[in-house]
Design a binder for this molecule. Structure first.
Ligand code: AFP
Length: 328
């Protein structure tokens, strides 16, 4: 089954309009265009760094901007989107030609993990689809919705294969791009994350900045079967959220980017609206759990469009245990 047939079937069973199908197909098209750029590597002529920095204070690559522009153009063509929040823009982008009753808002990270492009690492695009409040004034406030209100979420992974992973609220499903037909084919329906898998993903070099509960949790994992966990753990860190979360969706484990104290007022590195919230929907729709360590991610009320939050995502038993460490 290809993506279009899957969406039409889901929209029938979920009573979503076929407008949702159209929007997700447009995002899939953006993914195919970005995949083609990424696959060309330096030959695409967009791997250089620009003098500019984004609102996050991070150096921008031309590929970041090109990917952002592809997303904006594909979203604009649907006329179904009132506005979009992008990692690459300080303020929301509003679409001048949307339909009068355009039903959607989109938050997206056009190229997450882009620092990995320099050495041909796995990168991805992440998106979140929210309802556009009817007759709302165009403002940042319209995007500040709890993650539980997401209509759909997903990512495109640019790896050895190009994959699209989505949820429209009825499970999490993975599609693989067939290079010959340029169709996304359903290859992993209804992903299920095991409740426990002894593998964690964290940037261990930041250990001295973590809060005590996270330091204790990781120390107990590292103690292995002689320690309180009585289990040997493995570690993976791709430094590309899409790649790390994809592995967890495929085999379990936990992805951790905790609050750290290097930058006191910064609640971690990852952004809520277009990284942690969409990934949390995918993880929970696959039977996993998504937490800040102290609260469910999907219940958070965003305070601003580039807000950062701690991210603890993955196998439900492990995330439950990490929350217990934070309660002690
Ligand atoms: P870049 O987009 O700057 O490569 O950052 C990627 C990312 O936002 C996320 O994809 C990774 O999980 C995380 O940052 C990696 O952070 P570290 O640089 O601390 O490993």
């Amino acid at each position: 089954m290809n993506l279009s047939d899957f969406l039409n079937q889901s929209c029938v069973t979920l009573s979503h309009s076929n407008q949702l199908s159209q929007l997700i197909l447009s995002i899939a098209e953006a993914g195919k265009q970005i995949a083609a750029l990424v696959a060309k590597g330096k030959l695409a002529g967009v791997s250089h760094h620009l003098d500019s920095i984004n609102v996050q204070g991070e150096a921008q690559m031309q590929l970041d901007i090109s990917s952002h522009d592809i997303f904006i153009n594909c979203l604009a063509a649907t006329k179904l989107v009132v506005g979009a929040v992008s990692e690459e823009l300080a303020s929301p982008h509003y679409f001048p030609d949307h339909l009068p009753d355009a039903p959607y808002l989109v938050c997206f990270d056009p190229l997450d993990g882009s620092s990995n492009v320099a050495f041909d690492g796995v990168v991805g695009s992440i998106f979140s689809i929210l309802p556009a409040p009817p007759n709302a004034v165009r403002s940042e406030e319209m995007f500040l919705q709890q993650g539980v209100h997401q209509i759909a979420a997903g990512y495109v992974l640019y790896g050895p294969a190009t994959m699209l992973v989505i949820s429209v609220g009825a499970g999490t499903h993975a599609f693989t791009l067939d290079p010959d037909t340029q169709a996304f084919e359903l290859t992993h329906p209804n992903l299920q994350i095991p409740a426990h898998y002894p593998e964690f993903a964290i940037n261990a070099s930041r250990q001295r900045y973590w809060e005590t509960p996270m330091q204790q949790y990781i120390a107990d994992c590292l103690a292995g079967e002689e320690g309180v966990r009585q289990c040997n753990f493995n570690m993976r860190w791709m430094a590309s959220m899409v790649a790390d979360v994809h592995r967890i969706l495929m085999r379990g484990g936990v992805f951790l980017y905790p609050k750290d104290n290097q930058v006191i007022d910064r609640a971690g590195r990852l952004r809520l609206l277009y990284e942690v919230s969409p990934m949390s929907m995918l993880i929970e729709q696959a039977g996993g759990k998504a937490s800040t360590g102290r609260a469910s991610v999907l219940d958070l009320y965003p305070s601003q469009i580039h807000q950062r939050v701690p991210a603890i995502l993955g196998s439900i038993n492990e995330v439950d245990l990490i929350e217990q460490y934070h309660q002690r």
